[in-house]
Design a protein around this ligand. Structure first.
Ligand code: ZN
Length: 275
C-alpha cells in the first residue's frame, strides 16, 4: 500500500475510533452543558459564538433540530476545544385539543394578515440583542410560585381534528389571575395582545436567552422596561388560542426552542465530558 493511500485509510478509520466511545445523547429540545472551567472565553454552536455563563458553555438543541452527531466548541485560554454529542429523537407525543370554536383554526383574511404580522414582530424581537443589564445565572427562577408540573413541550398538536405545528413551550395549569414573574433580570422586548398567544410578554435576558409568557389576562410592564428577577410582569389568563386558563412559557436560547424546565432547578441538562 502506498503512503498516500494508507493516509486516506487512516483518516477514514479515525472517526470510527472516536465514535467507539459512547457520546452523550441529547434529545431534541434538550440542553447540553460543558461544565465550568477557568479561562473559557467563548462557546460555539448553531453557527453562533457566544460568551460562557459562569465559565460553563450551554449548547441548546431545538425541538426540530436534525438527529445525528453535533460538534460544538469552546475557546479556553485561547485554544479551541471540541466536544460532540448525539441529538436523539425528542419522543414528543401527539395531543388532541378541543377548541370551543373555529376562530383560531379557520382564519379570516384579516386574522391571517394579523397573525403573519405578529409572527414577524416576534421574530424581529427574538433576533434582537438589547444587551440588558445584569449577569445571566442558571438555573433561573420559576415563572409562577408554587410551580405546578408543566406539560405539552414539543407535542404534535391536532386542534379540532386539524394538524398544526409543534407546541413550542410548556403549559403550566394555573388559574386566571396568577402572578407571572420574570425568571431572570432582563429587558421587555414585546408587550402585545396577539391572535394566537393572547396577552404576551417577551423578555431579553442577554446572553442569547429570551423567555416568553403567553395568554396573560393582565400585563404590568411596558416595552423597553428593565425588570428584576422575580418581578411581576402580569397575570395569567386564557387569552388567544387556548382551551382553558394556563400560562404558556416559551424559551429561546441562541435561537433554539428548548424545554424551559431544563433551565429551572433540577433541570436535566446533559453534562458533556470535560477532558
Ligand atoms: Zn402553550
Amino acid at each position: 500500500m502506498n503512503a498516500g493511500l494508507r493516509c486516506v485509510v487512516l483518516a477514514a478509520l479515525l472517526p470510527l475510533v472516536s465514535f467507539a466511545e459512547p457520546i452523550p445523547r441529547v434529545p431534541q429540545g434538550g440542553l447540553a452543558m460543558w461544565p465550568p472551567a477557568t479561562g473559557v472565553t467563548q462557546c460555539g454552536s448553531r453557527g453562533e459564538v457566544y460568551a460562557p455563563v459562569a465559565g460553563a458553555c450551554y449548547f441548546p438543541v431545538d425541538l426540530d433540530d436534525a438527529k445525528g452527531t453535533k460538534t460544538v466548541f469552546r475557546l479556553r485560554n485561547g485554544v479551541r476545544e471540541d466536544a460532540a454529542f448525539e441529538v436523539v429523537d425528542g419522543g414528543f407525543p401527539t395531543e388532541r385539543i378541543r377548541l370551543p370554536n373555529d376562530r383560531h383554526l379557520k382564519l379570516s383574511k384579516a386574522d391571517l394578515a394579523r397573525a403573519a404580522r405578529e409572527l414577524e414582530e416576534v421574530k424581529k424581537a427574538l433576533a434582537s440583542r438589547t444587551d440588558p443589564p445584569g449577569t445571566l445565572s442558571i438555573p433561573l427562577g420559576p415563572p409562577v410560585s408554587p410551580l405546578p408540573p408543566g406539560r405539552n413541550f414539543g407535542t404534535k398538536r391536532i386542534f379540532n381534528g386539524e394538524k398544526k405545528g409543534p407546541h413550542n413551550g410548556i403549559d403550566y395549569p394555573v388559574p386566571t389571575g396568577t402572578e407571572v414573574t420574570a425568571m431572570e433580570a432582563g429587558r421587555v422586548v414585546v408587550v402585545a395582545n396577539h391572535f394566537f398567544a393572547g396577552g404576551s410578554v417577551i423578555l431579553d435576558h442577554g446572553d442569547g436567552l429570551f423567555t416568553m409568557s403567553f395568554h396573560l389576562s393582565r400585563i404590568d410592564v411596558a416595552r423597553g422596561d428593565e425588570v428584576k428577577k422575580g418581578q411581576v410582569v402580569g397575570l395569567s389568563g386564557a387569552t388567544g388560542r387556548v382551551s382553558g386558563p394556563h400560562l404558556h412559557l416559551g424559551v429561546r436560547l441562541h435561537g433554539a426552542r428548548v424545554d424551559p424546565r431544563l433551565l429551572l432547578p433540577g433541570g436535566r441538562v446533559v453534562v458533556l465530558d470535560s477532558r
